[in-house]
Design a protein around this ligand. Structure first.
Ligand SMILES: Cc1ncc(COP(=O)(O)O)c(C=O)c1O
Length: 398
């Protein structure tokens, strides 16, 4: 009999994950653009700024010096030291290179952490709204997501009491992402400290996703790993993607106890091997070189946040909190949902179809009443997109 490949041949675990909804919106918008439509894109989760010149030059130098071969699979000692020093300078932590692994972006760090930490049935607490990937990486590792609500009226604040109520004997890990994608919420430090204590007392791990650590508008960066005795229960997942506008370079890292890092290293040695050699050289320059580009990007994001929040607040029926960090705003637009199709998917699909504005429906992040707008785009584009969004919502309300 002739061999016919079929979808049924796929490993069962593939059905545990779905395509990233943010990347799907990106693909739909791209299709419309290729059809010649004038699309305004609020879906991108990446800085619109170029990678700073000093970082690009370091990569060019690495190429010129033929730094183009395999490196140690877990990353160069030079970059690990730079990550540890950087974390120490920002937060006063004391990691050493054997407590650090360099990964192929922050997503890789989180995926591999789930793979080495979770057994079948382990429960992982995830605050809602959540970044899409958390759910899928936990599911793919055989874990079980336990979602905890945040308080929208308090800007999606996470309360330690809610986390505590969700804990069961099977809880293995809590994932915290502050400032948050998609809400831009910053979890209050006092609550984070309480959550840390609750977790520590019960032997529960915390994965702290610090992807947006430097994009804070009204407060200083804080890392859970800087709390006394945090080093043996907090796993820091970091990324250079957003901070240094390096999304395409694919450099992230994990800081954590040496045995966890060794397990990650074992996995990575059979999986990707080292992150790209020249990108690692560029990352050393990003962390050790001048940091003024970070401050200037933050200044731009602040202007854009204020603009978008101001525009949203002027639209009837829309409620929105002021994001404290990252570059997303997460308004509640449910007043403009059509009767009978009360969901953010329909809203986002129609907005793209009728007004050519691409954004991600809240459904992707676990809440149905919201949409995510990324303001990592120029004020000009924000203005055009907000005009269209306003027209669209007013049309649905009338
Ligand atoms: C919350 C969060 N964590 C981690 C990442 C990973 O970023 P990267 O894999 O590009 O380093 C992202 C990217 O969108 C994110 O939003």
């Amino acid at each position: 009999m002739k061999f016919m490949p079929s979808l049924q041949d796929l490993a069962a675990r593939v059905s545990l994950i779905s395509e990233s909804s943010t990347l799907k919106v990106f693909a739909d918008a791209d299709r419309l653009r290729r059809e010649g439509k004038d699309v305004v894109d609020f879906s991108a989760g990446e800085p619109d700024f170029p990678t700073p010149d000093n970082i690009k030059k370091a990569a060019i130098k690495a190429l010129d010096e033929n730094f183009t071969k395999y490196t140690v699979a877990s990353g160069t000692p030079e970059l690990k030291q730079a990550v540890c020093d950087h974390h120490k300078n920002l937060y006063g932590t004391s990691y050493v290179p054997k407590e650090c692994i360099i990964t192929v972006g922050g997503k890789h760090a989180i995926f591999n952490l789930a793979q080495v930490m979770l057994d079948e049935g382990d429960e992982v607490i995830i605050p809602v709204p959540y970044w899409v990937t958390f759910k899928d990486v936990v599911n793919y590792a055989g874990g079980k997501c336990v979602f905890v609500d945040t308080d929208e009226r308090e800007g999606f604040a996470l309360h330690a009491s809610a986390v505590e109520r969700a804990i069961t004997p099977k809880t293995k890990m809590i994932i915290l992402n502050s400032p948050s994608n998609p809400s831009g919420a910053l979890f209050p430090r006092a609550e984070l400290e309480k959550i840390f204590r609750i977790a520590k007392d019960r032997g529960i791990w915390i994965m702290a996703d610090e992807c947006y650590e430097r994009f804070l508008y009204d407060s200083q960066p804080f890392s859970l790993a800087s709390l006394p005795d945090a080093k043996d229960t907090v796993l820091v997942a970091g990324s250079l993607s957003k901070t240094y506008a390096m999304t395409g370079w694919r450099i992230g890292f994990v800081l954590g106890p040496a045995p966890v890092i060794a397990a990650l290293g074992k996995l990575q040695s059979h999986e990707t091997s080292n992150p790209t050699s020249i990108a690692q050289k560029a990352a050393v320059e990003a962390l050790r070189g001048p940091q003024d580009s970070v401050a200037s990007m933050l200044g731009e994001y602040l202007k854009r946040r204020d603009y978008v929040v101001g525009r949203l607040r002027a639209i009837p029926g829309v409620t929105v909190h002021n994001p404290q960090g990252a570059f997303y705003v997460y308004p509640n637009v449910s007043a403009a949902y059509k009767k009978g199709s009360t969901n953010s998917l329909e809203f986002a699909a129609k907005l793209l179809e009728e007004e050519f504005v691409a954004l991600v429906p809240g459904e992707a992040f676990g809440t149905n009443d919201h949409i995510r707008i990324s303001y990592a785009t120029s004020l000009h584009e924000l203005g055009r997109g907000m005009d269209r969004l306003e027209r669209f919502i007013k049309g649905r309300l009338s």
